[in-house]
Write a new protein. Structure first.
Length: 150
């Protein structure tokens, strides 16, 4: 009996497992509402009040708390991260949001254009003191999805 199991049954079972493991299984692809807007973007940032322009990277990514919100992060220029509400038409924004890094109050409006892999964002930082007295500073960013070739 042991010889029969070793010679026939074990090879048949191993072969069956190998064939079964190689079969393709189909899964439904699940897209989150943030799928079309999330990514890293290369943007031209403008501060009209100070006549400053710079090219930076910003990140847009989903939150783990809900499907209708995003994080907007500017890790280099302002070192800011703000949670915004995502709308169904790829627009996003917040009024009186709080930058989690600095605690500064900020308004943000923006839109991602998936067909062009581009983004437009406007920030309004409220009562910011950058050495010139407290004031509101508008920041405008336009850019494209980062492709890794910079």
């Amino acid at each position: 009996m042991k010889k029969l199991i070793r010679q026939y049954i074990i090879p048949v079972l191993v072969t069956a497992v190998l064939f079964w493991s190689c079969t393709e299984t189909e899964f439904d692809k699940v897209l989150l509402p943030s799928t079309e807007v999330a990514g890293e973007y290369v943007v031209t940032i403008e501060l009209p009040a100070l006549d400053i322009t710079d090219v930076q990277h910003i990140k847009v990514f989903n939150t783990s708390s809900s499907f209708d919100s995003l994080w907007i992060e500017d890790p280099d220029f302002f070192e800011t991260q703000v949670k915004v509400k995502l709308n169904s038409d790829n627009t996003f924004g917040i009024t009186n949001g709080v930058d989690i890094f600095s605690g500064i109050s900020v308004d943000i409006t923006g839109k991602v254009f998936p067909e062009k892999d581009s983004i437009h964002i406007e920030w309004l930082y409220k009562d910011v003191d950058i050495g010139l007295g407290e004031d509101d500073y508008q920041v405008i960013a336009n850019g494209v999805l980062y492709d890794g070739l910079d």
